[in-house]
Write a protein that binds this ligand. Structure first.
Ligand code: MIG
Length: 720
């Protein structure tokens, strides 16, 4: 074992010869002291880390996973899985995010940088034991010290590098469905948003836009003149976002397939032949994204679509998902033949049905192919968790070649820490279940702790049928998530915001309008988090250390000023909220109205009708509000509004930039610092406009502890 100091308070322990994942951006230097303090490590051919948890210790992190924000009591497996049924017993979902924190008598963070399978037993087998097990002993272990979870997270976010930043329009509302199949269907969606006057920035193209599910092709039958169509839809105010799948169809004369074979760009089987599996198009090969030449080749292919005016993509099926392989199918069919005319009993019958259920995403298949990493052949199973990561990296590196200073929208289904620098993620195939709103709420801060800021769930649920109430409540939460997208599966009930009754549509319109009105705040908070190694969503305990705040899992801090307490239960007329201090409650039905109410510290039951969105503004904080528009680019921010809850003094830094380039990395952005101080019975307002943003006027609603509202309007002068 070799020990490195990565930065102050972070040590890396290197076991064996790990495969590089590029999760970490800081090298560090080797040191002598290998003291692992309170951890026990057993390592010869495999690896086991043990920690005896104290009573009351909490465990946070692990990104995209089931269960609570506090992971104690659970067992989890890092192995990117295409499993569309997210029931609480599932040990892995699409991402592998191996960072966790213990919060208790001793607080510290652990990151296991290892791209294969890892088991995290967090007091499942033995309630006080944390056990991390790997069937290998080549890995890097990072231990992160800090006095609070917030400090540990922020140190961790420093060593993994800054988050991906999407274009600002990607913070608008987005509409997806599997599938809007052809020009006519896409236009119908666009026209409906226009007709019903509901803001929306993008419409998605799922697999049916392709010709026979072939990556980087377009069905001529359904989209006869794609380029003009992209332009036409854009003129109506929408961007089209096509899907890209990991598997490349095996078909003679399909150029991507031919080039891949010719250059040996695909993963190979035991015999060195391109590995064959079946997904959408039937038989496919998998590009070997772990090979940088392959990344370059595949990344450049996105140009075929960007040349048609496309500015955003989603990368799917990149765990990679496998429907079946010939090996598996052959074995299953043989079993069917053998079972013909048999008197099947409980064992033989289940063996038969399991043979088919286990065809997809089978471990045997994942162990049967190889990557070429710098000339060395590595079994897929050992690097499974960085496959989707590198597909998305290929896309991001491609965009850099295509137009280096332009931000593209890109997000992925599979991921690993490190990928957050290249793109966002969505949380995969959830259901139209109320339980999945709550899961969505709990997952967001965990994802943020692992670096994934640009993320969100399929709002309204992917599988299953949503009713209007579920979609409304879900949208009322998703309006806070950076990726704000309604998506549903083939065969399910229509789920666009206008697909239900008029009253529900009116509520959804107001909800989406609130998102656009709040965008100055949402974008400002996102960008500050991305630039300063911080989170956007946090559990209450990041800011409050009273005994209840430590355990709240259904309220979240959104940026620095807001607390969200969404309704996630069917037919609820309100909900319980824990308030660690007085807060200003703004129940929004229409964001132009200011029905503001001070709520005392303590346990409160808040009435919340179906058309009400509760926003809690923290004490001595403020939010920035513009006016909605039907797309992000049309937002007007010459005049902005501030709602502030001021006991003594509140300050806010309102960040903005051009939203389309990376110029902010060169210091080209604006910050307006707003400072409100209570002086006698009045307020003194100071506005410091740094940078070149044009804001001419700020209108204030300042609320004091007794709920009295003071209105002010201040002219803003440009920076000299
Ligand atoms: O096996 O492209 O998660 O969002 O609509 C399903 C079709 C494949 C899975 C994605 C989902 C997408 C669907 N895809």
């Amino acid at each position: 074992m070799r020990v490195y100091e990565v930065m102050d308070g972070i040590k890396k322990y290197r076991f064996g010869i790990p495969i590089s994942t590029d999760a970490i951006v800081l090298e560090g230097h080797e040191i002598d002291n290998g003291n692992l303090k309170y951890l026990t490590i057993e390592s010869d051919t495999d690896f086991k880390l043990k920690y005896r948890m104290n009573e009351g210790d909490q465990v946070f992190g692990l990104g995209e996973n089931q269960k609570g924000i506090n992971k104690r009591g659970g067992v989890f497996e890092a192995y990117c899985s295409d499993d569309p049924i997210h029931t609480p017993d599932k040990r892995s979902l699409y991402g592998a995010h191996n960072f966790l924190m213990i919060h208790g008598i001793q607080s510290f963070g652990v990151f296991i940088d290892y791209p294969g399978r890892i088991i995290f037993d967090i007091g499942f087998n033995n309630k006080n034991e944390l056990e991390i097990t790997i069937d290998d002993n080549n890995l890097d272990l990072y231990i992160i010290d800090g006095n609070s979870v917030r400090e540990i997270v922020s140190k961790f976010l420093k060593i993994i590098g800054k988050s991906y930043v999407p274009p600002k329009w990607a913070f608008g509302f987005q509409q997806c469905r599997w599938s809007y199949r052809d020009e006519q269907e896409v236009e119908e969606v666009a026209d409906s948003f226009i007709k019903y006057d509901i803001p929306c920035d993008s419409i998605y193209l799922d697999i049916d836009y392709m010709d026979d599910f072939k990556d980087f092709t377009i069905s001529e039958e359904r989209f006869p003149d794609f380029k003009s169509f992209v332009r036409k839809v854009k003129e109506k105010g929408f961007r089209l976002i096509p899907i890209i799948d990991a598997g490349v169809k095996i078909e003679r004369d399909y150029d991507i397939y031919e080039e891949g074979v010719r250059n040996q760009y695909f993963c190979v089987d035991e015999d060195g032949n391109s590995f064959t599996a079946a997904v959408w198009p039937g038989r496919v090969h998998f590009p070997d994204f772990l090979n940088k030449d392959v990344r370059k080749w595949f990344g450049e292919k996105y140009k075929l679509l960007t040349d048609c005016g496309i500015e955003g993509f989603w990368n799917d099926m990149n765990e990679p998902a496998i429907f079946y392989t010939e090996r598996g199918l052959k074995e299953a069919i043989e079993l069917v033949e053998k079972s013909k005319n048999e008197n099947l009993n409980i064992y033989s019958f289940f063996k038969l049905t399991d043979a088919f259920k286990e065809l997809s995403n089978n471990d045997k298949d994942y162990k049967s192919f190889y990557h070429n990493i710098d000339g060395k052949f590595v079994n897929h199973d050992k690097v499974h968790n960085i496959y989707g990561y590198n597909m998305t990296r290929a896309a991001a590196e491609g965009f850099e070649q295509i137009e280096s200073n332009k931000r593209f929208l890109i997000f992925s289904r599979a991921s690993y820490i490190g990928m957050h620098r290249y793109g966002g993620i969505w949380t995969g195939d959830n259901y139209s279940w109320w339980e999945h709103i709550l899961l969505n709420i709990k997952m967001m801060p965990s994802l943020n702790m692992c670096g994934f800021l640009y993320s969100g769930a399929d709002t309204g649920g992917f599988s299953g049928d949503a009713n209007a109430q579920l979609l409304i409540r879900w949208t009322q939460f998703s309006l806070f998530t950076p990726l704000f997208r309604n998506h549903s599966a083939m065969g399910t009930r229509k789920q666009e915001p206008y697909a239900f009754d008029i009253e529900s549509m009116d509520i959804l319109r107001e909800t989406i309008r609130l998102r656009y009105a709040l965008l100055p705040y949402i974008y400002s908070e996102y960008m500050k988090a991305a630039r300063k190694h911080d989170v956007y969503f946090a559990p209450l305990l990041f800011e409050y250390d009273d005994k209840y705040s430590k355990h709240v899992e259904n309220q979240l801090l959104v940026g620095d000023s807001l607390m969200a307490a969404p309704v996630y239960e069917e037919n609820a007329v309100g909900r319980h909220v824990w308030l660690p201090e007085e807060m200003l409650l703004w129940k929004v039905t229409n964001y132009n109205e200011r029905n503001l109410e001070v709520i005392d510290r303590g346990h409160q039951f808040i009435d919340i009708d179906i058309n009400e969105i509760p926003l809690f503004i923290r004490k001595n904080k403020m939010i920035i509000l513009g006016k909605h528009a039907n797309s992000v680019e049309e937002l007007e921010t010459l005049e902005i509004n501030v709602i502030a809850f001021v006991d003594s003094r509140a300050a806010y830094t309102y960040y903005d930039d051009d939203g389309i380039t990376y110029d902010f990395n060169q210091g080209i952005y604006s910050e307006i610092v707003i400072d409100i101080e209570k002086v006698d019975r009045d307020y003194e307002i100071n506005i410091h406009n740094k940078g070149n943003k044009q804001v001419e006027r700020i209108n204030f609603d300042i609320v004091d502890m007794s709920g009295n509202i003071t209105k002010k309007s201040v002219k803003v002068y440009r920076a000299k």
